[in-house]
Design a protein around this ligand. Structure first.
Ligand SMILES: Cc1ncc(C[n+]2csc(CCOP(=O)(O)OP(=O)(O)O)c2C)c(N)n1
Ligand code: SF4
Ligand SMILES: [Mg+2]
Length: 291
C-alpha cells in the first residue's frame, strides 16, 4: 500500500497555492507518487502551473518546464528525443495539462505526438473550464454548466477526448477519477510502462469553478462516476475495458445538485441531459462488446 503522507512530502512541496479542496493537487501528488523522481514534467499555463513555478519557487522536486498552451505535447516529445540522443531512455517525460490546454488549444500538437508514436506520457486533468483565467468555458465543459462565458449554461456537449485518442489508435489511453485513487494510480503505472504514446484523462473537481464546498471534492468525484457523468474505462492495444459497470446509473440530478454551476438547468434540460448520459454509457458498453 502506498504511503500518501510520505509521498506528499517527497515530490510536491507543502503549502502550494492551489485553492482549498483542489482536486488537481490530489491528482498531481498521486501521479508523481507513482512516477517517481526520474520524471520530467511539461506544464502549460493553467492552475497546474502553480505547482511548476520558477527557480526557488518551484513546487515539485522533479525537473520541469513551463511551456505554452499550444504545444505541451510537442515540448514533451522534443525533450524525450533529446534524452534519447544523450542515451537516456529511462526518464518518463510527462505532458500535464488542463482541458483548455488539451482539447482546445493544444489538440494539434497532441494529435501529432499520437500519430508519430512518440514515447510520451500525457495527462489531461479536466476541471471542465479555463479555471486559472476566470472560469471560461472550454470544449470540455459539460452541457448545462455555468461558466463566465456560458452564463445561461453551456448549450453544447463536450468534446470526447478519449474517442479522439482512440481514433489515433494509440497503445494505451484511459479515464480516471479521484473517486477511485488506487485505480487512478494503476493507470498511471500502465501509462508509464507503455511503449509509445499514452494518455490519461482525469476528472478534476474544482470547488472554486464548480461552486461547491472544498470539503466535498471526493463526494463530487464519486457522484460523477456513479451517475455516469464521468465514465471510467481503458483502451489497451485495441481493446476497451469498462472499469465501473452499473445495473443502474444514479440520477444525474444528484450529481448536479452538489454543485452551484448546474443551478440553471431546468426540468426539461435535466431530462434531456439524463437521456444523453444514459445513451453515452450504453454506447460505451456496446463499444466494449458488453451489450
Ligand atoms: C494561447 C494562449 N491563450 C490564452 C492564454 C491565457 N491563459 C493562461 S492559463 C489559461 C487557462 C488554461 O485553462 P486549462 O488548460 O483548462 O487549465 P486550468 O486553468 O483550468 O487548470 C489561459 C486561457 C495563454 N497563456 N496562451
Ligand atoms: S481554480 Fe480549481 S483547479 Fe484551480 S487551483 Fe482552484 S480549485 Fe484548483
Ligand atoms: Mg481547465
Amino acid at each position: 500500500m502506498f504511503d500518501i503522507v510520505k509521498e506528499a512530502s517527497g515530490l510536491v512541496s507543502h503549502g502550494v497555492s492551489a485553492c482549498a479542496g483542489c482536486g488537481l493537487e490530489l491528482i498531481i501528488r498521486n501521479v508523481l507518487g507513482v512516477l517517481g523522481e526520474d520524471t520530467t514534467i511539461v506544464i502549460p499555463p493553467g492552475c497546474s502551473a502553480l505547482f511548476c513555478g520558477y527557480g526557488p519557487n518551484a513546487g515539485m522536486r522533479v525537473s520541469g518546464l513551463q511551456g505554452n498552451l499550444e504545444n505541451t505535447a510537442a515540448y514533451a516529445a522534443g525533450i524525450k528525443a533529446g534524452y534519447a540522443m544523450q542515451g537516456n531512455h529511462h526518464t518518463t517525460v510527462l505532458g500535464f495539462a488542463g482541458d483548455g490546454a488539451t482539447v482546445d488549444i493544444g489538440i494539434q500538437s497532441l494529435s501529432g505526438v499520437m500519430e508519430r508514436r512518440d514515447k510520451v506520457m500525457y495527462i489531461c486533468y479536466d476541471n471542465e473550464a479555463y479555471m486559472n483565467t476566470g472560469i471560461q468555458g472550454s470544449s470540455s465543459s459539460p452541457v448545462g454548466a455555468w461558466t463566465t462565458t456560458t452564463p445561461g449554461g453551456k448549450p453544447t456537449r463536450r468534446k470526447d477526448l478519449l474517442r479522439i485518442a482512440m481514433a489515433h489508435d494509440i497503445p494505451y489511453c484511459a479515464s480516471a477519477s479521484l473517486a477511485n485513487i488506487p485505480d487512478l494510480r494503476k493507470k498511471v503505472q500502465k501509462a508509464k510502462d507503455t511503449d509509445g504514446p499514452s494518455l490519461l484523462h482525469i476528472h478534476c473537481p474544482c470547488p472554486t469553478g464548480w461552486r461547491y464546498h472544498p470539503s466535498k471534492t471526493i463526494e463530487v468525484a464519486k457522484s460523477a462516476v456513479q451517475s455516469g457523468a464521468w465514465l471510467l474505462y481503458e483502451y489497451c492495444d485495441g481493446n476497451i475495458t469498462v472499469n465501473t459497470k452499473f445495473k443502474e446509473l444514479k440520477p444525474i440530478e444528484v450529481y448536479f445538485s452538489l454543485q452551484g454551476r448546474f443551478k440553471g438547468v431546468n426540468d426539461e434540460g435535466m431530462a434531456e441531459i439524463q437521456q444523453q448520459v444514459k445513451s453515452q454509457y450504453e454506447a460505451l458498453l456496446a463499444l466494449a462488446g458488453l451489450e
